[in-house]
Design a protein around this ligand. Structure first.
Ligand code: ADP
Length: 500
């Protein structure tokens, strides 16, 4: 072990009891499924766990268990108040177990422990926000003749399938399943094969907090096996997914081929950071822009990887960004001082390296990074900035999922907006300026759900929990967060009573 690495987290990691078994109907179960797969620590290549890939029998069992629980009503028929009380206990349990949950994510996908811990706190905040809001929802009594009582209701879908990615394993699982549960649904969750362990522990904690057997099942497995079976299942009413646009397209086909299940898709992004005039402190802005695409080693759907800069600030801003990129502290994710961990897998490292090479060989100028971080080993890639790359180049148009971005100058806000929206994705956007009149105009016209002005779109403990966002274009559809994010896990229903 590197002597500069604080032993605390390594010690905790070596003491972890890892249970890779599926969680079905209120307990951990041994399953055979398709066979097994390994999750690999991208820092040192060690096997973290060998997990079962659930097959048809287990997917059927999990969905059946969820359906039965939904119909029996031990959760679905409870009042929002009763459900919110259980969710508040789950929030406490997340905080009480934050070290273990953060460690599991860190070991499986390489997130620095310094980020993984606050992530669990943010997840606990999401649960508390949902628990509060579910008690504030109201339904409608419609104007009608005195002989009629007409109600507009929101009812749960029933069984919700959730398929989650590896970049924020616990956080995304919580952001999906908790609103679904709050509205009375039962959930079958298939986490990413790269990082399933924190989701399995989430099921243990939810059950201990009072979520009845069958209301939350977690089935590990490969996407093309377990995920496909869940998405094709005839008894799953709604499928909520976060991941790549390609998989989102496949899931739409599966929904069409099976039972037309409702879909919520949060897919890829290639988000712009637009740097306008009137910035204030250029050093602070350069720091924040870098953070906006290198945190979590750039493996963030909303990472601001197309940096569009007003021409007069282009060179000074780029110089400051390069200085900060070169100073990023890469290292062992279990060292509490590490800012930048490895990429989550060798496949991801290969993709990032090849996209930078493609830009370089087409004449672009790599002004920072642009190579594997040999000193760090593992799947580390140096934080990178690429200039003079045409906006139409795949480097500027495709989601890469690494600490790499391109930078381009523009001559007018209108041109900046044109460039920002000249992309198939529409997930998020960031504007940098103190000209709030201009920022307001542009925020309304730029594609994307969350638009941040003078801030990076990164949830932090104590963040605004009521925000509702919905992706645009090939970034997907369906609301997340806030009241709209709760209603997304329901259907509209109208009930009319003839009273006379
Ligand atoms: P990434 O390329 O970033 O890993 P993916 O979209 O492949 O993103 O993965 C996100 C989630 O989707 C993971 O849980 C993965 O197992 C799942 N998945 C991948 N392919 C399929 C598929 N064909 N059907 C269902 N789920 C899938």
């Amino acid at each position: 072990m590197n002597p500069t690495v604080q032993p605390h987290w390594h010690q905790r990691a070596s003491q972890l009891h890892i249970d890779p078994r599926a969680f079905i109907h209120g307990e951990r179960v041994d399953v055979h499924g398709w066979g097994r797969f390994n999750s690999i620590n991208p820092q040192d290549g060690a096997i973290v766990a060998s997990l079962p890939s659930c097959g048809q029998a287990e997917v059927d069992r999990a969905v059946e268990s969820s359906r039965k629980a939904f119909q029996q009503g031990s959760w679905s028929q409870r009042s929002p108040y009763e459900r919110s009380r259980v969710l508040l206990k789950l929030a406490d349990a997340l905080e009480n177990n934050q070290e273990e949950l953060a460690l599991l994510d860190s070991l499986e996908m390489g997130m620095p422990i310094s980020s993984a811990l606050p992530d669990i706190q943010v997840a606990a905040g999401i649960v508390r926000g949902v628990a509060e809001r579910v008690n504030q929802l109201s339904e409608q009594l419609l104007p009608s003749a005195p002989s009629t009582l007409a109600l507009n209701l929101r009812v749960p879908h029933g069984v919700v399938g959730a398929i989650t990615p590896w970049n924020f394993p616990l956080y995304v699982a919580v952001a999906k399943i908790v609103p679904a549960l709050a509205m009375g649904n039962s959930v079958v969750l298939k986490p990413s094969e790269l990082a399933s362990l924190s989701s399995l522990r989430l099921a243990d904690l939810a059950h201990a907090a009072g979520i009845p057997a069958g209301v939350l099942n977690v089935i590990p497995g490969l996407g093309t096996e377990t995920g496909r079976l869940l998405a094709l299942h005839m008894d799953v009413d709604c499928l909520s997914f976060t991941g790549s646009t390609n998989t989102g397209r496949v899931l739409m086909q599966y929904a069409a081929q099976s039972n037309l299940k409702a879909l919520l898709l949060e897919c890829g992004g290639k988000s712009p950071q637009i740097v306008l005039d009137d910035l204030g402190d250029l050093d602070a802005v350069a720091e924040a822009i870098v953070h906006g695409y290198v945190w979590n080693s750039g493996q963030v759907c909303v990472a601001g990887t197309r940096i569009l800069v007003t021409r007069k600030l282009y060179t000074p801003l780029m110089e400051r960004m390069v200085a900060r990129l070169d100073a990023q502290r890469s290292g062992d994710p279990l060292d509490a001082a590490t800012q930048l961990g490895p990429l989550a897998s060798a496949v991801q490292l290969e993709r990032v390296a090849s996209m930078v090479e493609a830009a370089r060989s087409s004449g672009a100028k790599v002004v920072a990074g642009g190579a594997r971080d040999e000193a760090m080993g593992g799947c580390h890639y140096r934080p990178t900035l690429v200039a003079e790359v045409p906006h139409s180049h795949p480097f500027m148009q495709e989601e890469i999922f690494g600490p790499v971005a391109g930078i381009l100058p523009f001559d007018s806000p209108e041109q900046a907006l044109h460039l920002a929206n000249d992309c198939q994705f529409g997930l998020a956007a960031t504007l940098w300026t103190r000209d709030f009149y201009l920022a307001n105009q542009m925020a309304r016209r730029v594609h994307g759900g969350p638009v941040t002005v003078n801030a990076v779109a990164r949830p932090a403990p104590g963040f605004v929990t009521g925000a509702s966002v919905e992706p645009a274009r090939v970034s997907g559809f369906g609301s997340e967060g806030g009241m709209a994010g709760l209603l997304a896990y329901t259907r509209a229903k109208n009930v009319q009573f003839r009273l006379a």
